[in-house]
Ligand binder design. Structure first.
Ligand code: FPP
Length: 237
């Protein structure tokens, strides 16, 4: 993991909440709200590119979201495929690399194929890394890392007392990505909802009432302005 540079926002993470409420206010279906949410993700990528943010991680589907009605779950899964097909050329033009974090077990085969293709075809792009958390849970990520580490200990490739934070992090989903500097949650709630639990240790948190489909340049710049005024001490004085 690279060291952090004071004041520079390299990695932005977003909990894109409020698609359902946005749709309900307009007497539209929740699925329509998610489609609008996906279009807004495209806008956010462009805004991040313009502001030279290097990593953008977004929460698209949590390990808890399977509790939603089957029609909504399937609409969200189809959206992943549709978004990739629709924006493939634009992602290339914009130099955006796509990566996914989360548990692939349990995802529909067609979704996994799309994810693999998206990652493979974009792996040499360097302007912005868009990391999509899909079937993601922070606790599950930590448990998965703990299991992998335990196997290594049992196999004798590492001893118990060699386990440090740095070694543990190497077993998380994307160990080459720096921790998020700022986590924005739209829709007004003040929770992390199992998002990036390990990586959020020193992240600044910003919650805004604006519903995700309405979150645009003005709202992003207000969040970045707020972030720039905060003093990050990482436990120091
Ligand atoms: C939370 O809003 C949003 C989600 C669970 C899904 C987020 C997904 C997108 C923005 C779609 C784009 C992503 C990709 C990669 C295809 P909610 O439904 O909980 O809203 P509510 O709190 O108003 O009900």
């Amino acid at each position: 993991m690279e060291s952090r540079k004071e004041g520079i926002l390299r990695h932005l993470a977003v909990i894109m909440d409020g698609n359902g409420r946005w749709a309900k206010k307009r007497h539209l279906s929740r699925e329509f709200g998610h489609r609008r949410g996906a279009e807004n993700l495209r806008t956010l990528c462009i805004l991040c590119r313009e502001r030279e943010i290097q990593y953008l991680t977004v929460y698209a589907f949590s390990t808890e979201n399977w509790k939603r009605p089957a029609t909504e779950v399937s609409a969200l899964m189809s959206l992943v495929i549709r978004v990739f097909r629709q924006y493939m050329d634009e992602l290339e033009r914009e130099g955006i690399r796509l990566r996914f974090i989360g548990d692939r077990i349990g995802l529909p085969a067609e979704v996994i194929e799309t994810m693999v293709e998206a990652e493979e075809s974009s792996k040499n792009r360097q302007k912005l890394q868009l990391i999509i958390a899909l079937n993601y849970g922070g606790r599950r990520e930590i448990i998965t890392a703990a299991r992998a580490l335990s196997s290594n200990i049992l196999a004798g490739t590492i001893s118990e007392d060699e386990v440090t934070e740095e070694i543990f992090e190497q077993h998380l989903y994307l160990s080459d990505v720096p921790d998020p500097d700022l986590i924005i949650r739209t829709g007004g709630e003040m929770r992390l909802s199992n998002f990036l639990l390990w990586q959020a240790a020193y992240a600044e948190f910003y919650s805004v009432d604006c519903l995700w489909p309405d979150f645009g340049a003005e709202e992003l710049d207000a969040a970045l302005e707020d972030y720039s005024k905060r003093q990050r001490r990482y436990g120091g004085v």
